[in-house]
Design a protein around this ligand. Structure first.
Ligand code: ITT
Length: 198
């Protein structure tokens, strides 16, 4: 069965391909195969609202089974920022490097004990008939004030997961086994497998 990952983020696509490797009967496409498709503006107030909005829009427009991901970094001591604005934290068209720079400036002003943060990933599975399932998962950790590592994307060089001593950008493929995205995929798998085998 074909499924479209409704994302333009090539890093997310790589991670999902790795995570869905073991699922039999699944052919994974992404928005790279639909260059004319325009995703909707992300107007939701939460990760879940945005994931559902992206999933349903793509499922209806492309007439297929879709998974959408809305995710980001939440820093409680910054009132939850960057949160749902993680991708555009330093400005509408900002790069990952610009977003990290802005975050580093802000966390340097915080006490070390206030640098706790978590990544959240919300996944929504939709068909043109509607949302089938939406799941969410988090991983907790701490932020550092200098970038370390070159793997991954987004805020990975600044985030050290609880019980680890390296950033997500330093642990390579290990991230794919322990991340917020992996935990969310695991929650979604039973519904996906039921659809595939129906
Ligand atoms: P799509 O909407 O096309 O999926 P996007 O990159 O715009 O791609 P989001 O709106 O969900 O996706 O924003 C996610 C941002 O949150 C992303 O650009 C990173 O800055 C951050 N982020 C999410 N997951 C991350 C991860 O695993 N590692 C590092 N940063 C992450």
């Amino acid at each position: 069965m074909e499924i479209v990952l409704a994302t333009k983020n090539l890093h997310k696509i790589r991670e999902f391909r790795e995570m869905f490797k073991g699922v039999k009967g699944l052919e994974i496409l992404s928005l790279s195969q639909f260059p004319h498709y325009q995703p909707p503006p992300e107007t939701g107030a939460t990760f879940a609202e945005n994931a559902e909005l992206k999933a349903l829009h793509a499922a209806c427009a492309l007439n297929c089974l879709v998974i959408a991901d809305d995710s980001g970094l939440v820093v409680p001591a910054l009132n939850g920022r960057p949160g749902v604005n993680s991708r555009r934290y330093a400005g509408e068209e900002s790069t990952d490097a610009e977003n990290r720079k802005k975050l580093m400036q802000e966390i340097k002003l915080l006490d070390e004990g206030a640098r706790s943060a978590y990544f959240e990933c919300c996944l929504s599975l939709a068909t043109p008939q509607g949302i089938k399932k939406t799941v969410s998962a988090k991983v907790e950790g701490t932020l550092i004030t200098e970038e370390l590592g070159s793997d991954g994307f987004g805020y990975d060089p600044l985030f050290i997961k609880l019980d680890y001593d390296k950033t997500f950008a330093q642990i390579g493929k290990v991230k794919d086994r322990v991340s917020h995205r992996r935990k969310a995929v695991e929650k979604l798998l039973p519904t996906l497998e039921a659809i595939i085998s129906a």
